[in-house]
Design a protein around this ligand. Structure first.
Ligand SMILES: Cc1ncc(COP(=O)(O)O)c(C=O)c1O
Length: 392
């Protein structure tokens, strides 16, 4: 009998009905009919896949869904939020360029700017995205891009997005916006003048803390193509299974966003009324330092994040985390379950106490990512934590 080296091709099941859920397509390679057929694919005359690192159907399906949410095209799905940041900064900047970043960017983005870009001959500066004059003062003739987040982590300050977009446009500088915290349910940065938008899909979009992914899209198709080539060459691309899981998570994103931001508003009001709580940061609160801007930009929406500070320093913070035992003490966000993080001992531990104090992070400062729990039960967990902290 003639040996069969090739596995039989399995077509999608044919019949009078069809699946309602995307299939997972884990194939690493895709077979073509002939060298001519392969040429046609590589030249882009016909659609098709060749090798999973270069792209695969599950990444395409997920990218199309996030593109639709952000109102953008040609989005690229990559293996993490940091892979998306890397695709932008390293895929588009060259030695001699200068990049300005918001001074409260996600910690690893700050690290990429402080350590890796300078090593490659790309200079960086940080500036305050709540103050357009601070960004303007940081611009140089060789500045090629400005990277900001709309709502900063963990102090939830709101960037002057419209002001910075106008400045970048006037100066011919690309504006890159990390929309992870705010999500397209609250704001579409492209409609405010962003040239490039990115996400850690790991967080609210996928929403279940079971997948690490990123997404990035550029208005200019040439920039999008350059990031894609860089991501494929450096292997930043994502696995089919992760894309499939994220697509499933995304199906409930709008519902999760609504519910968690409603609970977050309620939690912020509750915390503010409790003894032992020094301050509460939430963008829709009247006492938030950027309340007016948040109202205009986010159109009355908040986010699922609440930050607050308790009295009593590290000892009270330890007691709070232990006392609020129903809440996972874990440095992530966007999960279906509420998570609590303590920036002084996690995301901002590399800063000196003085450096942390400058941005308002003390030993009593916590950041909450609100999940889908029944709100009353959640508030009761916080009350338990606060009672424990007050007893110290
Ligand atoms: C605002 C923001 N951007 C990017 C990232 C990086 O995402 P990932 O952990 O998926 O690499 C994070 C992670 O927490 C984040 O909070």
């Amino acid at each position: 009998m003639k040996p069969t080296l090739q596995r039989p091709f399995v077509p999608l099941i044919e019949g009078a009905s069809r699946p309602v859920v995307s299939p997972i397509m884990p194939s690493v390679v895709y077979a073509s009919d002939s060298p001519d057929a392969l040429d046609a694919q590589y030249e882009g005359w016909v659609q098709g896949h060749t090798y999973a690192r270069e792209g695969h159907p599950n990444a395409d399906l997920l990218a199309a869904r996030i593109d639709a949410l952000e109102g953008m095209e040609n989005g690229l799905v990559v293996g993490s939020g940091m892979a998306a940041v890397t695709a932008v900064l390293m895929g588009l900047c060259k030695a001699g360029d200068h990049v300005v970043g918001g001074n409260q960017l996600y910690g690893r983005s700050l690290r990429l700017m402080a350590e890796d870009l300078p090593r490659l001959g790309i200079e960086t500066s940080l500036a305050d995205p709540c103050d357009v004059d601070s960004i303007e003062a940081a611009l140089r003739p060789e500045t090629s891009m400005v990277l900001i987040e709309v709502v900063s982590n963990p102090t939830l300050r709101v960037a002057d997005l419209d002001g910075i977009a106008a400045l970048c446009k006037a100066r011919g500088v690309l504006l890159v916006v990390d929309n992870t915290f705010t999500t397209p349910a609250a704001i579409r940065p492209e409609e405010h003048g962003a040239d490039i938008v990115l996400h850690s899909v790991t967080k609210l979009l996928a929403g279940h803390s079971d997948v690490t992914l990123g997404w990035v899209a550029a208005k200019d198709p040439d920039l999008a193509a350059r990031m894609r080539v860089f991501a494929v060459t450096t292997g930043l691309t994502a696995s089919p299974f992760d894309c499939w899981l994220a697509e499933r998570g995304l199906a409930t994103f709008a519902l999760r966003f609504d519910r968690t931001q409603q609970t977050a508003q309620r939690l912020s009001a509750h915390l503010a009324s409790q003894p032992g709580v020094k301050r509460v940061l939430y963008p829709t609160r009247a006492d938030h330092p950027d309340a007016a801007r948040a109202q205009g930009l986010l159109k009355g929406q908040g986010c699922n994040m609440v930050s607050f500070e308790i009295e009593g320093g590290r000892a009270a913070a330890n007691a709070f985390a232990k006392g609020a035992s129903g809440i996972a003490f874990a440095p992530t966000l966007g999960d279906v379950g509420t998570t609590l993080s303590h920036p002084a001992s996690s995301s901002h531990r590399a800063l000196t106490p003085e450096g942390r104090a400058e941005i308002g992070i003390t030993e009593g400062f916590f950041r909450v990512s609100v999940g889908l729990e029944e709100p009353e039960a959640l508030l009761a967990c916080f009350d338990d934590g606060l009672a424990a902290a007050r007893a110290v």
